[in-house]
Design a binder for this molecule. Structure first.
Ligand code: PHE
Ligand code: ZN
Length: 885
């Protein structure tokens, strides 16, 4: 909790540490009420610094004893205040012995050492290690760790830490011990320990070099029937990193541990990854196709961090995207490769771009906008954002687009050659890419330093006489907090030209020097405006621009509805086929929003061309069902809101609903056929093909249920009753929950009874109701009184509170402001329990200025109420202060 005004930390103030740590030895006497931690550090002066003080950080830890080079330090030898312990004029070589006392059972922040369901876990990224002991807790201090764990043997039979198990045994008094040693230097944020009553699934795996490694997935007793998918995902990840990047697992043992209380998805601690149960536990009964895919990608993400994050780590937290953007890019590519097909890769790309548009574009346009490499922060935990992660991944992807796959690999190889074992910066990564390919990527740096989503405007001209087609690209970028003016970015724009048959034309780019024809050209836009000229263009083409979403930008391009329908039907680039459909729908919906705002009706009946285009997609049997599902899903209310200067969430909701009903009505027969054609009888398998079918089938069901008639209710009810997997079950339940089906209440009650014992499924039950159109603020409050609800568990809090505030816009934005009052109450309540989770919820209202005036007023009042709360964490304070600024 805050006691004084929080400080802003600036990137420009970076200075290397005065002392480096060589070795860390720790002894833990684990007890939930009072754990004692004895730490011995050897440090030496850093030649890169002229500082003479040893600076250690501690947060909420009690200092029991401090000795330097064998002698106890008295209060005259050091200063302690504000979380900083400073030892002045220390000698060249220092051995520190530090004893601290901490209270894991009282730790509800889930940072540092805490207890979850009776077991001990740690979370140290970004600055959690200082909640365990005093330490130079910054990522550029890398050291080797030896860790002794001691605990009651009955209660805590399993004792784990990073690296290799060296020794274990009994202590005689009902307690036992385990000694772990990590052979690799690491920053303190990668430290981890787990102690408790857990069981594991284990397998051995032979690496490319022939070395054999032990793989373990640790869970609570009773969950061993839910670990196979995580284990398989781990093995696939190991194989993929060897094949694609030549990177091998460097440890003899790799462990994954699942924990029910966790702030984020998972954590890449060296050799001891700790995961939110949501990203480990799966079987057909409890997990959906999306859960299976989520587990595969998060297991891969954390595994890939072993090289991109752990072996090469960040110099300071401003460089967070160095590891996160890169590792997200790697896990995206991995997931795409796991599907294997071209169309599967495209669907994965569409999914990733949807996340970017749904969450990152709004962030980049709001008061919390920040560059991929931020310049300042108050609380680093607030910067684990979609910008650092997902936009960061787009930035990494652009290197690959510019340099080609092989060029990118060369850059990666050089990056590891230069920086293995070191803490480095985003500039180091960019330079490795540039040097390995003999390219100047200095302008590319602006992607790291400038916030905001660039806008690229496209104008074209065809000269039949010259057989020349010109594309003029112009870029701009709106101001963001602290950045009024932007310089032009280096933007790769992938372009293709379609002939009147819808086929790709061979491209001859003027000035490219290459005589070889190709069908997609990567135009490099580096100035405010540039014209590119294609030769030998026999007829006026329809351009397909920004193929595969080659850059994270807004694209302004004027297409007629006929051209969009043409692209939707023919573009060889599946991403742009999807994009054309989205544009077509968006255009209609925006026109309708305007009508509604002017007092008219949300009459979607006249959306003829859209109906035809959707019908063509739905009935094209050559298409991959997963692609069809995405192509037939309308842009979300959030994405629609981004297109408007003044947001009226009720008008948006009304229009999208009207559009869904009209599509349900107009294509009723086609939906019914698609429903039947995409059933997946027999044993459940989460593979992409079956998952795609289920996705399309459930979309068909959702559309049909928009009609809210008996036939649709029966279809949903039958699916619910016969489901042999969670995807089908929850799809049916969601359909029922949004309808007035007679079986609605009964199905919800039965679902709860059937899955009461499965926390992750109970989360789904809360979340589904929180997002149902039938659930208003009063109903959410009622759900909070359910015995299974608690704010203390982040997954549970997210399932109800976040789902409602972020996933149910029409109810959340109730005209009387009751949703905002509810939001403020929950932010304040969470602030006292878990500042990180509270600050995430606080983000919900950060775009308040975009809403219509009546709502704005009420949002502002709610924000002010939170801002005026006593003992606000700096996490929440930073968010609300920046929102109100
Ligand atoms: N580093 C983790 C990841 O992206 C995320 C994380 C951050 C987890 C902070 C916990 C705390 O894989
Ligand atoms: Zn990560």
């Amino acid at each position: 909790m805050r006691t004084d005004t929080p400080q802003t930390i600036y990137r420009k103030d970076y200075a290397p540490p005065a002392y480096l740590v060589e070795t860390v030895e720790m002894g833990f006497d684990l007890d939930p009420d009072l754990t004692r931690v004895a730490t011995r550090l050897t440090l030496s002066r850093n030649p890169e610094s002229d500082g003479k003080s040893v600076v250690l950080y501690g947060d909420g830890v009690q200092l029991v004893q401090l000795r330097m080079n064998g002698r106890e330090l008295t209060r005259r030898g050091y200063a302690l205040g504000n979380g900083v312990l400073e030892i002045f004029n220390a000698p060249e070589q220092v051995t520190l012995e530090i004893e601290t006392a901490i209270h894991p059972a009282l730790n509800t922040s889930l940072m540092g050492l805490y207890v979850s369901n009776g077991n001990f876990f740690t979370q140290c990224e970004a600055e959690g290690f200082r909640k365990i002991t005093f330490f130079p807790d910054r990522p550029d201090v890398m050291a080797k760790y030896k860790v002794m764990l001691r605990a009651d043997k009955k209660k805590y039979p399993v004792l784990l830490s990073n690296g290799n198990l060296i020794e274990q045994g009994d202590l005689g008094d009902g307690r036992h011990y385990a000694l772990w040693e990590d052979p690799f230097k690491k920053p303190s944020y990668l430290f981890a320990l787990v102690a408790g009553s857990l069981v594991c699934q284990e397998e051995t795996c032979t690496l490319k070099s022939g070395r054999e490694v032990l793989l373990q997935v640790w869970v609570e007793e009773g969950n061993l029937d839910k670990t196979q998918h995580a284990m398989d995902s781990l093995k696939h990840s190991i194989r993929w990193d060897e094949e694609r990047y030549g990177l091998e697992l460097d440890l003899d043992r790799f462990m994954i541990v699942a924990v029910g209380d966790f702030n984020m998805g998972a954590m890449e601690n060296k050799g001891l990854n700790i995961f939110n149960t949501k990203y480990v536990l799966a079987n057909p009964r409890i997990a959906t196709d999306a859960d299976y895919a989520g587990i595969e990608s998060v297991v891969a993400h954390e595994y890939f961090h072993n090289w991109t994050g752990n072996r090469v780590t960040c110099r300071d937290w401003f460089q967070l995207s160095l590891k996160e953007g890169l590792t997200v890019f790697r896990d995206q590519e991995f997931s795409a490769d796991m599907i294997g097909t071209d169309s599967g890769r495209a669907v994965k790309r569409i999914e990733d771009v949807r996340v970017l548009r749904q969450a990152q574009f709004p962030e980049d346009a709001g008061p919390m906008a920040h560059p991929v490499r931020p310049d300042s922060y108050v609380e680093i935990n607030n910067f684990y954002t979609v910008t650092v992660y997902e936009k960061g991944a787009e930035v990494v992807r652009m290197y690959q687009t510019l340099l080609g796959r092989d060029g990118f690999r060369k850059g990666m190889d050089l990056y590891f050659e230069r920086h293995d074992g070191h803490a480095v910066t985003c500039d180091d990564f960019r330079l490795a890419m540039a040097d390995a390919n003999g390219r100047d990527l200095s302008q590319f740096e602006l992607w790291y330093s400038q916030a905001g989503t660039p806008r690229v405007k496209v104008e074209t001209a065809y000269d039949a006489g010259q057989e020349a087609f010109e594309i003029t690209l112009s870029q701009s970028c709106a101001p963001t907090p602290g950045q009024a003016e932007k310089k032009p970015f280096h933007i790769p724009v992938a372009v293709g030209l379609l002939d009147s048959q819808g086929l790709d034309m061979p491209l001859f780019l003027d000035g490219s020097g290459s005589a070889e024809a190709f069908t997609t050209a990567v135009l490099e836009l580096t100035e405010s405006s540039q014209t590119f000229r294609f030769k030998h263009v026999k007829e006026k083409p329809v351009p397909s621009v920004l193929r595969n979403f080659s850059a994270p930008v807004h694209l302004d391009i004027d297409y007629t509805e006929a051209e969009l329908a043409f692209l939707m039907a023919h573009d060889s680039d599946a991403f742009n086929r999807w994009e054309a459909g989205q544009r077509l729908a968006m255009r209609r919906m925006l026109a309708l929003v305007k009508t509604v705002r002017e007092g008219g009706q949300a009459d979607a009946g006249a959306a003829g061309p859209l109906h035809d285009a959707f019908r063509a997609t739905l009935t094209d049997s050559r298409l991959d069902p997963a692609f069809q599902e995405f192509a037939l899903t309308l842009p979300s209310e959030t994405v629609l809101a981004e297109q408007l200067d003044v947001v009226d969430p009720h008008a948006i909701h009304a229009v999208r609903q009207a559009m869904r009903r009209s599509l349900a009505q107009a294509l009723r027969g086609e939906w019914q056929i698609a429903y039947q054609a995409n059933r997946t009888p027999g044993e459940y398998s989460p593979d992409a093909e079956s998952a795609g079918k289920r996705g399309l089938k459930n979309l068909a069901l959702a559309y049909l249920v928009e009609l809210d008639d008996d036939a649709a209710h029966r279809l949903a009810q039958t699916q619910y009753d016969n489901a042999n997997n969670m995807t089908d079950r929850i799809g049916a339940l969601a359909a029922l929950a949004n309808s007035s089906a007679p079986g609605r209440e009964q199905a919800l009650a039965r679902f709860y009874e059937d899955f009461e014992q499965e926390a992750l499924v109970v989360d789904k039950w809360f979340s589904l109701q929180a997002m149902s159109r039938k659930t208003d603020v009063a109903a959410v409050r009622e759900l909070m009184r359910h015995p299974a609800f608690t704010l203390k568990n982040p997954n549970r809090a997210r399932s109800l509170i976040f789902s409602f505030c972020n996933g149910n816009p029409s109810q959340f934005h109730a005209a009387d402001g009751s949703g905002y009052e509810f939001w403020a109450e929950q932010v304040i309540a969470l602030n006292a329990i878990n500042p990180q989770v509270a600050a995430r919820l606080a983000r919900t209202l950060d775009r308040w200025r975009k809403y219509e005036p009546a709502l704005q007023q009420k949002m502002k009042a709610a924000l002010q109420k939170v801002a005026a709360t006593r003992s606000l964490s700096k996490d929440v304070l930073e968010v609300v202060t920046k929102s109100l600024a």
